[in-house]
Each structure stands twice: as structure tokens, then as C-alpha cells.
Design a protein around this ligand. Structure first.
Ligand code: NAD
Ligand code: MG
Length: 394
């Protein structure tokens, strides 16, 4: 029986994870659940899964959650604040941690899971983008297993030989990793229409149902940029060997090209329960509740190069990846602030890459050699992004 903690259980990945767990009560026990502000949903989840620990962001939320649980006679310990997210990982007797908080807020607890030797199911790509080398070192020292949940990286994991974590890629004959991208809702929109994109339009992804931040990142393709950096750390291949292909149907989730001419791909429905079930049960495979893929019902599978005029965020991410050090931390922080300004403050969609570029250019790149320093750079980049957005007089 696996003991599972879910960081970010009320989000899109969290809810899908609980959906898979729900159909396998003999395999998985939920021992900790955490949420930011969605107290009512967390209360329902606690009533159903009865974890030992539940965490919310603040004291008010914790008081409300305690009340709701008392009314339902659920005996879950309620904690709050960033440090409590670490407690949920270290003190809940979990052996498996689903890291599904969105953004930099997930870094510290995800790192705690790595250090504690847990099986880390990594959805929170921002944590790895920010801390790359340190995170991979922490995983090694902790001795746990790292399973990518992001569909592309999960696909690549499935397409690699099982010894890939122990042998360098070239010795396995791997030449390139091909990350597929749907191109988001504006893949074919006339460029002059991008000026007036609304948050609702940006969040209406053609193939995937996801949280709002990653939906906007998919529209700008910053998501794919973050995923290139994620792949760089997870699979240890040089950046030049990680390519992005637009694939509008989202059926091929990514591919590995080998030296002998073979290309191995993983195909499936665009449903995150497949990679989630794979990560939870690995190396076994379990029922995920996902409809079978019907190839005969597909009219075509298309692949093309991304257009850099349409997707400047992708080029910015490649530039930050190339610069290395703290540049990906800055990229990520500026993007988080810019996306929030677009979603919540009426900042125009096309300002997102402008904010990221401005902050990346303004902040010098340094070595990312401690988590404290990375968190400091993250805070500085957020401040710089907010200041720049203020000058835009929205
Ligand atoms: P979401 O917005 O739906 O959920 C985020 C979760 O994190 C929620 O439970 C929320 O309460 C919690 N949270 C947010 N801010 C917090 C904070 N400051 N402190 C504590 N908890 C906080 O997001 P999502 O779509 O589920 O994505 C989660 C992560 O998984 C992201 O990093 C995303 O890039 C990645 N991911 C998601 C998908 C997808 O299909 N949704 C696919 C691949 C990767
Ligand atoms: Mg992805």
C-alpha cells in the first residue's frame, strides 16, 4: 500500500490524482492533502480520503477548514502556511509525493520530498526550472525516485530504456528528444488579433483542461519553454538536442530519436490521468479511467516548427536556458508575475513577453548555488516585474 501526499490537491492535477487513487483503494492511501485557498473543496476531499494532515495557506482558511471537518466528524490535523507544506511531506509517513502546486510556491516542499527520499511525482515544473541542478542533486542524495508527470516528460520517460537514470544518454544511442506542443488556442489566429486576447480566450485550451496559469503559458508557449528546461534537467541531454514540434492533435505526447534511425513515441488521449497513473504505480500499469485511443478516428497527425514571431516566450526560455545559472529562475518569476497581471489586472496579453524580456535583460545571471540565493533572486525578479508593469500605466 502506497502512502500518498498531494501538494496542491484542489487543482487540476490534484483532482485528477485523487480520481485515479479513488479507483484503487487497495493500492493507495492518502495521508496528506494541501491547498492554497480552496477550503471547501479541500474539506470535501478530507471527508472522502481522511488524510492525517491537511494544509491551507493561512490561519483564516485553517479555522474554516477545522470547523467544516468538525461538523463532519473528520479527524484530520489542520495546519497552515508555507512551512506546513514541508511538514505535510516530512511528518505524514508518506512514501510518495505528488508535487502539483503551481509555480514557485511549490519549490520548498518539493525539494523537501526530494531530500527525504520520497517517490516524487513531479508536475510542478516551475520548481525544477528554478532549482535545476540543486533539485537533481537533492533527489540523488535522498535516494528516492523521480517520475515526471508533465505529459511530454512522462512520454519521454516511457520511450527511454529503463536504465536511463544510470547511464549517459549517448551510451544509450539517444540523439534527440522531441517535445510536442499543441500550439495552444492562438496557433493559427491572425497576429493582429493577439492584441485583444482576454483571459477567458487564453484559458480555453483546445485539447487539455488545466489550471489558469499553465493554460496561459500554453497559449504563449512559455509552457513549452519551461518544459525544455525541465527536460534538460530530467534527462541530461544538451539543449541543442531538445527540440520542440507543434503537433495540434496532442496525441503524440513526445518522442525520442535514436542513433539507429528509430523514433519512439508515446501516444494517448490528452488526459493527465494517464501520466498520473503511470507515476503512481510505476513500474506497474494500472487502470486510469482514460478512454482507449482510437487511431482510426483520427484524420491526421501533423507536425511543424514553431513560429518564433508568434511565440516570443519560447525564444526567451531558450535564451534563459542557454544562459543557465539564475536566468531560468528570473524567467520563471517574471513570467508568473506577468501572467497574474494578465489574468487579474487587465494587462494586455502581448505584454507578457515584454515583461519577461525586460526583467531577464535587467538582471545579471549568477551561479544558482544555493536555494536561499535562488529564492532571493526569485523575489528580486518578481519585484522588478511588478515595477515594470506599473510603468505600463494599465
Ligand atoms: P491549478 O491552478 O489547477 O492548481 C494549483 C494547486 O496549487 C491548487 O491546489 C492550489 O490551491 C495550490 N496552490 C496555488 N498556490 C499556492 C500557494 N501559494 N501555496 C500553496 N498552494 C498553492 O494548477 P494545475 O493545472 O493543477 O497545475 C499544477 C502544476 O502542474 C503546475 O506546475 C503545472 O505547470 C503542472 N502541470 C499541470 C498540468 C495540467 O494538466 N493541469 C499538466 C502538466 C503540468
Ligand atoms: Mg506538458
Amino acid at each position: 500500500m502506497k502512502q500518498v501526499a498531494i501538494l496542491g490537491s484542489t487543482g487540476s492535477i490534484g483532482v485528477n490524482t485523487l480520481d485515479v487513487i479513488r479507483s484503487h483503494p487497495e493500492r493507495f492511501k492518502v495521508v496528506a492533502l494541501t491547498a492554497g485557498k480552496q477550503v471547501d473543496r479541500l474539506a470535501q476531499q478530507c471527508a472522502e480520503f481522511k488524510p492525517a494532515i491537511a494544509v491551507v495557506s493561512d490561519a483564516d482558511g485553517a479555522a474554516r477548514l477545522e470547523q467544516l471537518l468538525r461538523d463532519q466528524k473528520v479527524f484530520t490535523q489542520v495546519l497552515y502556511g508555507p512551512q506546513a507544506l514541508v511538514t505535510a511531506v516530512t511528518d505524514s509517513d508518506c512514501d510518495t509525493v505528488m508535487a502539483a502546486i503551481v509555480g514557485a510556491a511549490g519549490l520548498v516542499p518539493t525539494l523537501a520530498a526530494a531530500k527525504a527520499g520520497k517517490r516524487v511525482l513531479l508536475a510542478n515544473k516551475e520548481a525544477l526550472v528554478m532549482s535545476g541542478n540543486l533539485f537533481m542533486q537533492a533527489m540523488k542524495q535522498g535516494g528516492g525516485e523521480l517520475l515526471p508527470i508533465d505529459s511530454e516528460h512522462n512520454a519521454i520517460f516511457q520511450c527511454l530504456p529503463s536504465q536511463f537514470t544510470k547511464a549517459p544518454m549517448p551510451s544509450l544511442g539517444v540523439e534527440e528528444l522531441w517535445l510536442t506542443a499543441s500550439g495552444g488556442p492562438f496557433r493559427d489566429a491572425p497576429l493582429d488579433q493577439l492584441k485583444s486576447i482576454t483571459p477567458e480566450q487564453a484559458c480555453a485550451h483546445p485539447n487539455w483542461v488545466m489550471g489558469r496559469k499553465i493554460s496561459v503559458d500554453s497559449a504563449t508557449m512559455m509552457n513549452k519553454g519551461l518544459e525544455v528546461i525541465e527536460a534538460f534537467w530530467l534527462f541530461g541531454l544538451p539543449l541543442e538536442k531538445i527540440r520542440v514540434l507543434i503537433h495540434p492533435q496532442s496525441v503524440v505526447h513526445s518522442m525520442v530519436r535514436y542513433r539507429d534511425g528509430s523514433v519512439i513515441a508515446q501516444l494517448g488521449q490528452p488526459d493527465m490521468r494517464t501520466p498520473i497513473a503511470y507515476g503512481l504505480a510505476w513500474p506497474e500499469r494500472i487502470e486510469a479511467g482514460v478512454a482507449p485511443l482510437s487511431l482510426t478516428q483520427l484524420t491526421s497527425l501533423g507536425f511543424s516548427e514553431p513560429d518564433s514571431d508568434r511565440f516570443p516566450c519560447l525564444s526567451l526560455a531558450f535564451a534563459a536556458a542557454k544562459a543557465g545559472g539564475t536566468a531560468p529562475t528570473v524567467l520563471n518569476a517574471a513570467n508568473e508575475i506577468a501572467v497574474a497581471a494578465f489574468l487579474d489586472e487587465g494587462m494586455p496579453y502581448l505584454h507578457i513577453p515584454l515583461v519577461v524580456e525586460k526583467v531577464l535583460n535587467a538582471m545579471p545571471t549568477a551561479a544558482a548555488d544555493s536555494i536561499e540565493y535562488i529564492l532571493e533572486v526569485d523575489a528580486q525578479a518578481r519585484k522588478a516585474a511588478r515595477q515594470y508593469i506599473q510603468t505600463l500605466n494599465l
